[in-house]
Design a protein around this ligand. Structure first.
Ligand SMILES: Cc1cc2nc3c(=O)[nH]c(=O)nc-3n(C[C@H](O)[C@H](O)[C@H](O)COP(=O)(O)OP(=O)(O)OC[C@H]3O[C@@H](n4cnc5c(N)ncnc54)[C@H](O)[C@@H]3O)c2cc1C
Length: 570
């Protein structure tokens, strides 16, 4: 099939909150924009967000308190200029999305209802029942559509065109029939979401395979702070499907097999509403020390039976459904089984405060932007607070759109040719014709199991070095894969093979970052270095993939601000 060539002002990969917010901004301003997405936009993981979106709108709350909580939550690794921008613009972002049609839940006075979330000094999470993400995604999708965005859904972006410090397009194929195409543009934005699928127990959609990270890394561009992966305290026992923090926000209590409310030991003040890293570690510790519950003794209870049933029925209906469907446990009548689950990625493609992708800690790539969970603007530092991520995706997605719009005045279109699709075509051809003996699902299962065993909530040198070896072995085994479907129609086997290649690659960044960071900070906890070490590690990790498959690392400055680092307790 001949390579099709399309031309646009801007091409956005990803149709979650970040991608669509940028697309809406640009299209409304009259720019020609293509949105490429491997899923239908409304299937993007943003739609799964349950709990809420933060903004200092409640009584006695201020944007400064929101900033402080976010920076403390980040274990002082967040860049304070970016946090200030996010928290200051949060109330306006809520009003904007509301004016576009998002229906938030209301309190008795008719104001937007707000619920408490972990690590926050005031209730701050605005919500639409426990379907906040879907409400926001539907709203922004409708508006972007109304503005006239062009969506290429079920298209898979497999490469960028990157030459002489400038990105000028994306190579992609149509999943329906393998039609290859080049999307040539003045500006390219990645908004491809998270990558929790590298772990066995995770809360993420199947599509969250971190494609963009290794696409970027394969061109020698850096990834930032990849060692910081957030484990959410409450995934359903066994599967990891998310039970939102709203369950603790509304008053859920955690118990171990001895019936102890164990958070009294770990966070005597905030209890279940300490920040996520603290609660996830507490749960995992209870399990490791033999006080777990369930058939495998690998979970703890969350109990909501003391709440007014109306709270569960009106504010947490989906959570109740999930626990009934997957565990047969009804939270109205009994406690339900939960355990820590890989949930969110603080690290990603490094960007400056205006969403320009960085080539190094101090240099930018021309015409290339990223926002949302795949990016690292560093508002979350070493640990993200609940309900700050939907905010980040929407707010920085929109901000990226505004910045692209300004830059389009001077960015030039560098013409692409069919040759620019060659790397992608070679990769597809290799996977289709490679006649090895390894199966993709088998390697993927080993990757997920070993990442969960060796690089998850608790880490130490020994297990991390072991995981480095395992990843090297999996890299070799990947070279020996074979797929049986050679067709061009919805070849999901081929797509999964490409995605597995990405997952192995970015997992190396997680592990290398974790080996080098000999301290404990936020979500990164080293049993052999249990203290935070500001003197040596108050800095961002920037790692690059070398041609021989190894990773090299340098460090960049954290942007300081009005909040001085303190010990972090809840
Ligand atoms: C179960 C769950 C609940 C959550 N609840 C909350 C919450 O209550 N509050 C909160 O703040 N945060 C929450 N989060 C986190 C938050 O939802 C996400 O971080 C955020 O929505 C990410 O938005 P995004 O636009 O960056 O990416 P996504 O919404 O994940 O969208 C990614 C897009 O990229 C596309 N894509 C990816 N790779 C490719 C490729 N190779 N080619 C083409 N397209 C591609 C996908 O098709 C998709 O459209 C939750 C996360 C989960 C998993």
């Amino acid at each position: 099939m001949d390579v099709q060539i399309y031309q646009y002002d801007a091409v956005i990969v990803g149709a979650g909150l970040a991608g669509l917010a940028a697309a809406e901004e640009l299209t409304t301003a009259g720019k020609k924009v293509a949105v490429i997405t491997k899923l239908h936009p409304l299937r993007s993981h943003s739609g799964a967000a349950q709990g809420g979106i933060n903004a200092a709108l409640g009584e006695g709350d201020t944007t400064e308190l929101h900033e402080f909580d976010t920076i403390k939550g980040s274990d002082y690794l967040a860049d304070q200029d970016c946090v200030e921008m996010m928290c200051t613009k949060a109330p306006e972002t809520i009003r904007w999305i509301e004016s576009l049609g998002a229906l938030f839940s209301r309190n008795d006075k008719g104001d937007i209802a707000i619920r408490p979330f972990g690590g926050q000094s005031k209730p701050r999470a605005c919500y639409a029942k426990d379907r906040t993400g879907l409400t926001l995604l539907q709203t922004i999708y409708e508006q972007a559509h109304r503005a006239g965005i062009e969506v290429f859904d079920e298209w898979y972006a497999a490469d960028i065109i990157y030459k002489d410090g400038k990105v000028s397009g994306v190579a992609a194929f149509n999943i329906r029939n393998m039609q290859p195409a080049i999307f040539n543009a003045k500006a390219v934005m990645f908004a491809t979401g998270g990558y929790g699928r590298a772990f066995k127990i995770n809360s993420n959609a199947h599509a969250n395979t971190g494609d963009a990270l290794s696409i970027v890394a394969r061109h020698g561009l850096p990834l930032e702070d990849m060692e910081f992966v957030q484990f959410h305290p409450s995934g359903l026992g066994g599967s990891g499907i998310l039970i939102s923090e709203a369950a603790r926000g509304e008053g859920g209590r955690l118990f171990n097999s001895l019936g102890e409310r164990f958070m009294e030991k770990y966070a005597p003040n905030a209890l279940e509403l300490a920040s996520r890293d603290v609660v996830a570690r507490a749960i995992t510790k209870e399990v490791l020390e033999g006080r777990g519950i369930g058939p495998e003794k690998d979970a703890v209870w969350i109990d909501l039976t003391h709440l007014d049933p109306q709270i569960i029925l009106t504010k947490l209906p989906e959570l109740r459904e999930l626990a009934i469907t997957f565990l047969g446990q009804d939270m109205l009548k009994e406690p339900i089984m939960i355990a820590a689950t890989a949930h969110y990625s603080m690290g990603g493609i490094p960007v400056d405060i205006n969403c320009h992708v960085r080539k190094s800690p101090t240099k930018l790539v021309e015409g290339f932007y990223a926002a949302g969970e795949c990016s690292c603007v560093s508002v979350h530092g070493a640990n993200r607070l609940g309900a700050n991520s939907v905010l980040e995706a929407l707010l920085f997605g929109r901000h990226a759109g505004q910045n692209i719009l300004e830059d389009l005045d001077w960015l030039e279109l560098r013409k692409a040719t069919a040759e620019d699709a060659q790397r992608m075509l070679d990769e597809i051809n290799w996977i289709k014709t490679n006649n090895g003996t390894e199966s993709v699902p088998a390697i993927r299962t080993e990757l997920q199991q070993s990442m969960t065993d060796n690089a998850a909530v608790f880490r130490k040198e020994e297990t991390l070095l072991l995981q480095r070896e395992i990843l090297n072995t999996l890299t070799e085994r990947y070279k020996n894969i074979r797929i049986s479907d050679k067709s061009n129609t919805f070849n999901t086997e081929l797509q999964e093979a490409i995605e597995l290649g990405h997952m192995i690659e970015f997992s190396k960044f997680i592990v290398e970052g974790a080996i080098l960071r000999k301290e404990s900070r936020g979500a990164h906890y080293r049993e052999d270095y249990p203290q935070r070490d500001d003197e040596n590690f108050m800095k961002h990790t920037y790692s690059k993939l070398n041609k021989d498959g190894t990773i090299s690392t340098e460090y960049g400055e954290v942007v300081p601000g009005k909040f001085e680092p303190q010990a972090r307790s809840y």
